[in-house]
Design a protein around this ligand. Structure first.
Ligand code: HEM
Ligand code: HEM
Length: 168
């Protein structure tokens, strides 16, 4: 498949919207943890807008991730910069596809715990928060390394859309 010259406007918007919602999921997770604890003790948690935001925000991430995946498979992504070492190209590829996997696994396990009452799904959900955080840290470090050390256009292309012009 020929690769596009850059990301589309939709890909860029979805990237930053999903990143912002994921950030919110982490910042306001305490209410969800307390509500879940109450459910596990057999109680009914009181209505809390932060719990509702975690549930609906998480399901929104799942829907947007599916949309992103469909675009990514149909349209593709721009090729990595030529000067990038092959091991870094491979690492970026692994990180990007692992992000997609986590953007599906986290909401699915969260929903299985919350709506299905499956305790083990809650444990899996909690377990995967750390790999996701670690990957975000690595991903941001890589973006900054590209920007300030390798001086490539990688950060710029996640800000400015390019038409779907094939590259040789
Ligand atoms: C990508 C989307 C999501 C992210 C990044 C995320 C993140 C988190 C985080 C960081 C915690 C705190 C874990 C802890 O410290 O114990 C948590 C807990 C929880 N979340 Fe989510 N969540 C997502 C989607 C969802 C969805 C869609 C639901 C339900 C429909 C959900 C239900 C829960 C429940 C029940 C807990 C408490 C159980 C536990 O601690 O694992 N989450 N989530
Ligand atoms: C939870 C947060 C994030 C997730 C899940 C995430 C996920 C992804 C994914 C899957 C891609 C591959 C392109 C695609 O298929 O859309 C990507 C590309 C990119 N991300 Fe993120 N990202 C996050 C946060 C960030 C942040 C905070 C930055 C900036 C410091 C950033 C900078 C970039 C850049 C520059 C690219 C383009 C890489 C390239 O073209 O090779 N991302 N991101």
């Amino acid at each position: 498949m020929s690769k596009p010259a850059g990301y589309s406007r939709t890909q860029i918007a979805l990237h930053w919207i999903v990143a912002a919602i994921i950030g919110t999921q982490f910042v306001f997770h305490e209410s969800m943890v307390s509500a879940w604890r109450a459910v596990r003790r057999g109680g009914v948690p009181e209505f809390d807008p932060l719990v509702a935001a975690h549930v609906w925000g998480g399901l929104l991430i799942l829907a947007l991730a599916a949309w992103r995946l469909a675009i990514r498979l149909k349209r593709g992504a721009p090729p990595p910069p030529k000067e990038e070492h092959p091991s870094l190209k491979m690492a970026a590829n692994i990180v990007h596809w692992t992000f997609y996997a986590l953007m599906i696994v986290l909401p699915v396990t969260g929903a299985a715990a919350w709506f299905g009452g499956i305790g083990f799904a809650g444990e899996v959900h909690e377990f995967f928060k750390l790999p996701l955080l670690a990957l975000v840290a690595l991903h941001v470090a890589a973006a900054l390394y590209h920007q300030f050390v390798l001086k490539t256009d990688v950060l710029a292309r996640m800000k400015r859309a390019q038409p779907c012009r094939p590259r040789p």
